[in-house]
Design a protein around this ligand. Structure first.
Ligand code: 7PM
Length: 290
């Protein structure tokens, strides 16, 4: 840090205002995953029952989650789109219930502007969009709702993204995409302070491409926005360890700690308690989270 100007413009020293619930960006935050889809690959179907879903979210908060990401649309490779009403039926009752029971903010994992609006009206304080607000009406919804939004890179769409992902320069192309989406959102009224970027691990990337992106996290952070990293239980960790989804805890926690060390503002994880311990240790032993 060479000047006060640099310090105050540093995304690490900011906060996200999630509809009144503030998230200070002074350490790597933990986003706990609450999947309400019947087919999500790593905890599929377990939280379809509303009571069980709410209990799981409460447990994640108690284990140290800083934000809970509620999703009702599967984004697994090969997945088909979910109808608007079905997605609303899955997520809105759970968000209503959690908004009154939890102190941490909720994010809504969706690409549909109608779901964004209903979820924020029901108490969500952040939007997590794997389609980076490219659906018709989504940028306007995010601008109107004025909550933080995570813009993620994905090549193609979930149905085709893993077929044969090709890049000349994966890091350069993902960075260019994220810059373009951030600029587009800002020009349509999304506040710069509300933008979070995510390279989208596993979304149209081979193992080698995912590794290149992970190693480039510091450079992606230099684009100038907080970064969200989601690698928990993903197939890249299976490829590296030879382990099945349910046996990727150590791999996931290691990757989360490394993402924190690389300056990620938020890590999106299934295993909150173990990730919390890892980040406590990583923060203590690594001088300079920034
Ligand atoms: C199959 C593959 C099923 C991947 C589910 C997934 C991210 C996300 C997801 C991410 C952001 C999962 C993913 N991944 N949102 N949503 N970043 N912002 O592991 O990496 O849950 S879905």
């Amino acid at each position: 840090m060479t000047s006060n100007t640099t310090v105050t413009s540093d995304s690490n020293l900011r906060a996200l205002d999630c509809a009144g619930r503030s998230l200070a960006l002074d350490r790597t935050l933990i986003m706990g995953i609450l999947n309400l889809t019947p087919d999500s690959f790593s905890d599929g179907g377990r939280w379809l029952d509303k009571t069980a879903a709410v209990e799981h979210a409460v447990a994640m908060q108690e284990a140290g989650a800083d934000i809970i990401d509620v999703g009702g649309e599967s984004t697994r490779p090969g997945a088909r789109a979910v109808a608007l009403q079905q997605e609303l039926d899955r997520v809105i009752p759970v968000i209503e219930s959690l908004a009154s029971q939890l102190s941490v903010p909720l994010s809504i994992d969706t690409s549909k502007p109608g779901v964004m609006r209903a979820a924020v009206a029901a108490g969500a304080g952040m939007i997590n969009d794997v389609f980076a607000l490219r659906q018709d009406g989504a940028v306007q919804a995010a601008a109107d709702l004025a909550v933080p939004v995570c813009l993620m890179h994905m090549l193609g769409n979930p149905r085709v993204m893993q077929v044969d992902p090709l890049y000349d320069d994966v890091v350069g192309e993902v960075a260019a995409f994220l810059r373009e989406r951030a600029a587009c959102c800002e020009s349509h009224g999304v506040a710069r302070e509300n933008i979070v970027l995510d390279p989208g691990f596993g979304f149209g990337k081979t193992l080698q491409q995912n590794i290149a992106l992970f190693k480039a996290l510091r450079g992606l952070k230099a684009i100038g926005y907080p970064l969200l990293v989601g690698v928990s239980r993903k197939s890249m960790l299976g490829q590296l360890t030879g382990r099945d989804t349910q046996d990727r805890l150590a791999a996931s926690v290691t990757a989360a700690a490394l993402a924190a060390q690389m300056g990620a503002a938020i890590v999106r994880v299934h295993d909150v308690a173990a990730t919390r311990d890892a980040l406590m240790v990583a923060t203590a032993l690594w001088q300079g989270w920034a």
